[in-house]
Design a protein around this ligand. Structure first.
Ligand code: GLV
Length: 322
């Protein structure tokens, strides 16, 4: 009999689908991750595993998981999984691309406009009873229209973000591992070096995945190259940014502001210096968090598990070169 381990509480309608093919063991909490010890002991006899970004799948887990056939990650990013080692153990890894692209791009756009127009500060100003009169420059921010927007990472989410810029009459620059002629044609985007992207952009949007190449890409050198009134948005992964360098850049007005959906350590420590800055807007990794998209992500994980346990090809396998 298959044992399907689910490391976070998901709706009953999805559990019922999985129960058609095995015994489901689910960690029954929505906001507390399954403790590592429990994960290690439950994964031992599991044939399928539905996990979230909170679980790290490394050699220790893979060695325990001798019956495991599939790890379905409820995320498009899979830096929490050692995919090469998993494949060595004959375990398929799947992720949730495409279904979350538009929703995540919308969050990126929301963050960009929120920081540019100082919406959080403005709302707080009203809530705190500071609003006394209209002021010529009261809470004045920065225009997106007519600006240069630099996108770091021109995959599906980068493109969906760029498409949303169409009504804003912006100049679009991008930097990516490889040039993307299709995106250039569709979006009128120009491929530039990382350095040019930083120097010329009014808004720098990071949508890249975390890889050894992208880790710490935004360091003090990068922030120093950016314009003093540039806004940095990160909807990729926290570890792409050197947060100490970012705090310094925000404090010293090396850049104007930032909006972050992803942090190096999630959840962020409440005493983190980023939380003390008015020009930093931080949200708790909610890029794909619309109800419909989250349903689609869960369904895709379920479909991948059903496919593999039924000896069919997975729908969205992660492919890495080893
Ligand atoms: C979320 O960050 C994801 O990778 O889906």
């Amino acid at each position: 009999m298959n044992k399907i381990l689910i490391t976070r509480k998901i709706p009953q309608k999805f559990i019922e689908q999985l129960e058609q093919i095995g015994d489901v063991v689910m960690w029954d909490k929505e906001l507390t991750p399954m403790p590592r010890e429990t994960f290690l002991s439950e994964v031992k006899d599991a044939t399928a595993c539905f996990i979230t970004l909170s679980e790290s799948v490394d050699e220790e887990v893979l060695t325990e998981a001798s019956d495991l056939k599939i790890i379905a990650n409820m995320a498009v990013g899979y830096d929490n999984i050692d995919v090469v080692r998993a494949n060595d153990h004959d375990i398929t890894v799947t992720n949730t691309p495409d279904v979350l692209t538009e929703t995540t791009a919308e969050l990126g756009f929301t963050l960009m406009l929120t920081v540019a127009r100082r919406i959080i500060e403005a709302e707080r100003y009203v809530q705190e009873g500071q609003w006394q009169s209209w002021g010529p420059y009261l809470l004045s921010g920065k225009d997106v229209h007519g600006s240069t927007v630099g996108i770091y990472g021109m995959g599906g989410i980068g493109r969906a973000f760029a498409r949303r810029l169409k009504g804003f009459n912006t100049r679009i620059l991008y930097h990516n591992r490889t040039q993307n002629p299709e995106a250039e044609k569709e979006l009128d985007a120009t491929y530039v070096s990382f350095e040019t992207l930083l120097k010329e952009s009014d808004f720098v949007i990071c949508t890249a995945p975390l890889t050894p190449q992208t880790e710490n890409q935004f360091d003090s050198k990068a922030f120093n190259l950016m314009k003093n009134d540039a806004i940095f948005i990160n909807i990729g992964r926290g570890a792409i940014v050197d947060e100490t360098a970012l705090v310094e850049a925000l404090r010293n007005h090396t850049i104007l502001g930032c909006g972050l959906d992803v942090l190096r350590q999630e959840p962020i420590d409440v005493n983190h210096p980023l939380l003390k800055l008015d020009n930093a807007v931080i949200v708790p990794h909610i890029g794909s968090a619309s109800r419909l998209t989250r349903d689609r992500m869960v369904q895709l994980c379920v479909n991948n598990i059903l496919a593999v346990l039924n000896h069919q090809l997975p729908i969205t396998p992660v492919k890495v070169n080893n």
